[in-house]
Write a protein of this length. Structure first.
Length: 352
């Protein structure tokens, strides 16, 4: 073989080796993470309101270049979907809804363990000690009142605005009070757990059965009762303060009451194990815990941030001003299946 031919062969072999290395056939260094996710996407199952997830979607794309595709579900439905897809996950992240709902899924192995570096400065109660979920906002439960109907129909009978959960047992609330179902609503389950923690097991079920006598019907979601009350269809209901406040700011005649010994949720986010875009999911969790994302969420949703450097929503009390129940979040997660079953059999099945 002539020298010229040998040189050509060597050049060709070198080119082939270079191509194999670039395709992963050699020991080349991996691409930088930022390059790997550029133009990628993130599939999100969310319990956030439409307006809220749209704002998150827009800002996250602007900040990272990553596109979010989302499906909105109730908290309980979102958890059920992640659970049903565990053998072949379709989502990358579950976001929104209380971490009480996340705990059972974490134990089943539905989530990837991930502790964001941005959670180092947070109160430990916002971080799963096992690393499977991350708290990033707080929501407080309250009572929503239609002031026009209350003043015309109940105040005229000498009834004052409710100050405690027990005040809702007054028979004058019969058929003008609504709530949501803990089998389908994470917020409704937290309300039931709140009664268990403030009253004890037996007295809590006595309370819930007595309250049921006043309730016209149960909605699927915790936020579903707000609009009918704002429109005057009912007088009172139980929901999240941030959702009530959003409707109140639109000019409806409603009032927010935060009872003594109320509960608060820790809104969660978790990386779905085996999802198609896991690295993007981790970037998303990191982003949720930034000050900028916390301020955005507080502004658009009226929720409280888990970050100390993000102020309370303007127009609402600070967390320090709210009288909270001693809420055992781990126990709440463990007892949920039994509590929901008991609510279905002893309350829902006995309704006329």
């Amino acid at each position: 073989m002539c020298k010229k031919t040998s040189l050509v062969v060597l050049l060709v072999l070198a080119l082939i080796a270079s191509m194999l290395t670039a395709c992963g056939g050699g020991s080349a260094e991996p691409a930088d993470d930022a390059d790997a996710v550029q133009g990628g996407k993130l599939v999100v199952y969310t319990a956030l309101n439409e307006e809220d997830i749209l704002a998150v979607q827009k800002q996250f794309k602007e900040d990272t270049g990553i596109e979010i595709e989302y499906i909105r579900l109730g908290g309980g439905d979102a958890v059920a979907r992640v659970q049903a897809e565990m053998a072949s996950p379709k989502a990358d992240v579950l976001v929104g809804g209380s971490v009480d709902l996340y705990e059972p899924l974490a134990k089943e192995g539905a989530f990837e363990k991930y502790s964001s570096p941005n959670n180092a400065d947070l109160d430990p109660m916002f971080n799963d000690p096992n690393g499977y979920w991350q708290g990033w906002y707080m929501g407080v439960q309250g009572i929503v009142i239609n002031t026009e109907r209350f003043d015309a129909e109940l105040a005229s009978q000498g009834l004052e605005r409710p100050k405690t959960w027990d005040d809702l047992l007054d028979p004058r609330y019969k058929d003008v009070l609504v709530n949501s179902n803990p089998a389908t609503s994470g917020g409704a389950y937290i309300f039931v757990a709140d009664q268990i923690f403030r009253l004890g097991e037996d007295k809590a079920w006595d309370y819930l059965k007595a309250l049921d006598q006043n309730i016209h019907h149960y909605y699927k979601g915790a936020g579903d009762c707000i609009s009918p009350i704002a429109a005057g269809e009912f007088i009172a209901g139980v929901s999240w303060v941030h959702d009530i406040f959003k409707v109140q700011k639109q000019g409806y005649p409603i009032e927010i009451i935060i009872p003594e010994k109320t509960a608060f949720e820790i809104g969660g986010a978790a990386v779905v194990k085996g999802g198609p875009n896991t690295e993007n999911a981790k970037i998303f969790v990191d982003w949720l815990l930034t000050k900028e994302a916390g301020e955005l969420n507080t502004q658009i949703s009226n929720r409280y941030s888990v970050r100390d450097d993000v102020a309370a929503p303007e127009g609402l009390p600070t967390m320090e001003e709210i009288n909270l129940v001693e809420y055992d979040r781990s126990k709440a997660g463990e007892m949920k299946p039994a509590v929901v079953e008991k609510f279905e059999t002893e309350i829902m099945s006995n309704r006329g």
